[in-house]
Design a protein around this ligand. Structure first.
Ligand SMILES: Nc1ncnc2c1ncn2[C@@H]1O[C@H](COP(=O)(O)OP(=O)(O)OP(=O)(O)O)[C@@H](O)[C@H]1O
Ligand SMILES: [Mg+2]
Length: 251
């Protein structure tokens, strides 16, 4: 079976730092894969390579079994790979619907002139957010005025919109409270229900166990192992993250 995404034998150095040492990651269709590891383990570097934001030194990337060279972030987007970064997800000086439709604005013809179709964008924004259960009272609100949880929910909804097949989330709940985190995780589950294949990076084990089907553990740039949720537990995953050891299950 072809994986929806496979990053094979990826190596990446930053000067003396070996950020990724021969790492292979496989994402199955319609699964949620949690990428876990301590600070500096190489998680963000790995997903930035998939997003076209960082160039790998060596290794290969396959999309639905076909080898591809991801040239830049726009190329990754066009291939159906969408990434939500922790801080850079939204533009503060734009409102909600402008953020959702950034770089894919709907236009209408006004005689010979093309103008932005704000009504259509507002209507579709409301529909898309409602589909994912994101409640934003005013679609024209500046995103700088929204809570962290609302902003993150919109960022995830944005990544999910427009038929993206593969959604990558780098620590989507890092800055959020308990309730807001729960809400964002619900949206991630809805994304899966709508057919997306998802990679989520998190430091929060409870969040990882709430949404993910499998856990992929990195340590100091190396792959420690991969575990199905049903065959592991938090203690074991924490041991893999901190000591690099794969412990035998006794459950
Ligand atoms: N642009 C860069 N220039 C130099 N070194 C970098 C760069 N990006 C990452 N690194 C280094 O590569 C290693 C892996 O970094 P990476 O950001 O992938 O880790 P991470 O697992 O995402 O960590 P965190 O949990 O703290 O976000 C670290 O040692 C980091 O300092
Ligand atoms: Mg990171």
């Amino acid at each position: 079976m072809a994986f929806i995404v496979e990053a094979r034998n990826i190596c990446k150095r930053f000067g003396k730092v070996e950020a990724l040492d021969n790492v292979t990651l496989q994402l199955e269709e319609n699964e949620i894969l949690a990428v876990l590891g301590d600070n500096g383990a190489g998680k963000s570097t790995l997903i930035k390579i998939l997003a076209g934001a960082v160039k790998k030194d060596s290794g290969e990337i396959f999309l639905e079994g076909k080898k591809i060279d991801i040239e830049d972030p726009m190329h990754a987007k066009n291939l159906g790979i969408e990434v939500v970064y922790q801080d850079l997800a939204l533009i503060n000086c734009l409102n909600v619907y402008q953020n959702l439709f950034l770089a894919r604005e709907i236009q209408k013809k006004f005689g010979f002139i093309k103008v932005l179709d704000k009504k259509a964008m507002e209507k579709q924004s409301n529909e898309k957010l409602a589909e994912l259960g994101v409640s934003i009272k005013n679609i024209r609100a500046w995103v700088s005025k929204l809570s962290g949880g609302q902003r993150q929910s919109i960022a995830v909804a944005k990544a999910a919109s427009f038929g993206k097949k593969i959604v990558i989330l780098d620590e989507p709940t890092a800055a959020l409270g308990v309730k807001e985190s729960r809400h964002v995780l619900e949206i991630v589950k809805k994304l899966k229900a709508q057919g997306a294949s998802i990679i989520i990076i998190t430091h929060n084990m409870e969040h990882a166990f709430t949404v993910a089907d499998r856990f992929f553990v990195l340590r100091l740039g190396r792959k420690v192992g991969i575990k199905e949720k049903l065959e592991t537990n938090i203690d074991e995953i924490v041991k893999m993250i901190t000591s690099g050891a794969i412990v035998q299950n006794n459950i």
